[in-house]
Design a binder for this molecule. Structure first.
Ligand SMILES: [Zn+2]
Length: 470
């Protein structure tokens, strides 16, 4: 007797797909069978021949809980995840009160969010300039031992509770993280460059949306990545460039990999599909993010990076702000509005549509960049990121030919805005399954329960074997 049988699931096999039935026991995959005749399951889920891939992972979310729950909370954030085919998120340590930089703060956060989550979640650890100055770096190993997946470092200011690092502070953070064997995720923009040109553009009276992207220029990301790579080479830390936005970034990561350095990168759907001139003119502060949306040329160079392996996986940097008080408040403009957009809900559909359905990437690469590689990189594999016997029964089932349009008002996250409003896609999430339980169903909406999502500790320290050997 099985708990669940997912019948008629079309799963990837080599370069093709094969129709199978997936047996589930105790939330884990118990087998694959051609026929379910004579088998019993307490629940039968019919995938109806739709493409079934390992549950997608968004390894970069800011669900803002506890502390900024007018922006997002763990219920609305994980609801968006479920609707977007994401079965596991890895939440960042910065956008909460308190921020997460010690085991006590990790435990506090888990206590506050655990009864709200609909999908599974792992957590990033934190380290800041303040931890260096105050002599708190012992917290790094303690967080690693607790089970965080990596450590986040900001070269530019984000929230007051999570101070940025100066260059020498970043070097000290890298040395501390290197000892843990875990990756350090760097927000790579040069602070002095961004600060100087943001001020100059304001003085010049620029108030248009594109001014934000031009002030926080491509060069600021380039030199930041170069510095981070230099520090990684010296300290031996596993360097991960989060939300990489530029084509030159992909080239720099490729060069570092070719030199044998352990440097990885993620990019986001908006850096692959939108250009700043159009998007920032249309949405102004609603498309204000850091790093900013770039050019069409960057879009294509990042796709190339995904194809050849210099970009390792996709994440979203999901970071919504209150429409009323932080984005569109009376008197707010491109400079004063908060930087951030939601994304967890639209990640997988956009990559499926723009990547796989448009022929830019193969099915196997799709699975790697939406699931397997993040699971490996953050030590969640093979519990997550693959459909093996013994792995968690997390599935993203996709109606691969269904055409639809993103509508902001239909989103599940708390603040309903996105620069993808009106974006036409081919490929829609049909069902999202977490440990054998359907949490989202097309047409029905969210069917998961608050508190079902579990905290997943890092299982082991794993390195991502580069798919492409340069
Ligand atoms: Zn972020």
């Amino acid at each position: 007797m099985y708990d669940v049988i997912v019948k008629n699931a079309r799963i990837p096999q080599g370069h093709d797909t094969v129709l199978t039935n997936i047996l589930v026991k105790d939330g884990k995959i118990a087998g694959f069978v051609e026929s379910i005749e004579g088998l019993e399951g307490r629940e039968i889920i019919d995938a109806k021949g739709n493409l079934t891939i390992p549950g997608c992972i968004d390894s970069h979310t800011h669900f803002m809980d506890p502390g900024f729950t007018h922006r997002e909370n763990f219920l609305t954030g994980t609801s968006g995840a479920a609707a977007g085919g994401v079965t596991t998120i890895i939440d960042m340590p910065c956008c909460s009160v308190p921020s997460v930089r010690s085991v006590a703060q990790l435990e506090n956060k888990i206590e506050k969010i655990k009864d709200k989550a609909i999908v599974d979640f792992a957590l990033w650890g934190g380290v800041t300039g303040e931890d260096v100055r105050e002599g708190w770096l012992h917290n790094v190993q303690e967080q690693a031992d607790y089970g965080v997946t990596g450590f986040k470092v900001y070269m530019t200011p984000s929230v007051p509770t999570y101070p940025r690092v100066t260059d020498p502070e970043m070097y000290e953070c890298f040395k501390a993280v290197a000892k843990t064997g875990l990756p350090v995720g760097v927000h790579a923009e040069n602070f002095a460059m961004c600060d100087f040109y943001v001020n100059r553009f304001q003085e010049e009276g620029r108030m248009d949306g594109p001014a934000w992207a031009e002030a926080r220029m491509i060069l600021a990301e380039k030199v930041a990545i170069q510095l981070a790579i230099s520090f990684a080479e010296d300290t031996g830390v596993r360097l991960h460039i989060v939300h990489m936005s530029t084509g030159i970034g992909a080239d720099l990561v490729k060069e570092a990999k070719m030199r044998g350095l352990d440097v990885t990168a993620e990019t986001c759907p908006h850096y692959l599909t939108l250009n700043y001139e159009e998007t920032m003119s249309k949405y102004v502060q609603l498309a204000k993010i850091a790093p900013p949306i770039r050019t069409t040329e960057d879009n294509e160079r990042l796709w190339k990076g995904i194809q050849e392996g210099s970009v390792d996986f996709i994440a979203t940097d999901h970071a919504p702000y209150s429409l009323e008080t932080e984005k569109l408040k009376e008197g707010f403009n491109i400079w004063t509005a908060f930087p951030g957009i939601p994304g967890v809900e639209t990640m997988a559909p956009i990559i499926i549509s723009e990547g796989y359905n448009k022929g830019r990437i193969s099915l196997s690469r799709l699975v790697e960049i939406l699931s397997t590689n993040a699971a490996k990189h953050y030590g969640l594999y093979p519990k997550k990121g693959i459909m093996n016997i013994g792995s968690d029964a997390d599935f993203t089932i996709v109606d691969i030919d269904k055409e639809w349009t993103i509508e902001k008002d239909k989103m599940y996250c708390l603040n309903k805005y996105t620069p993808f409003d009106g974006f036409k896609l081919k490929g829609k999430i049909y069902k999202t399954i977490v440990r054998g339980k359907v949490v989202y169903e097309d047409g029905e909406g969210i069917v998961g329960e608050e508190g079902y999502g579990q905290f997943v500790k890092r299982q082991s320290i794993q390195k991502l074997d580069h798919i492409i050997k340069f």
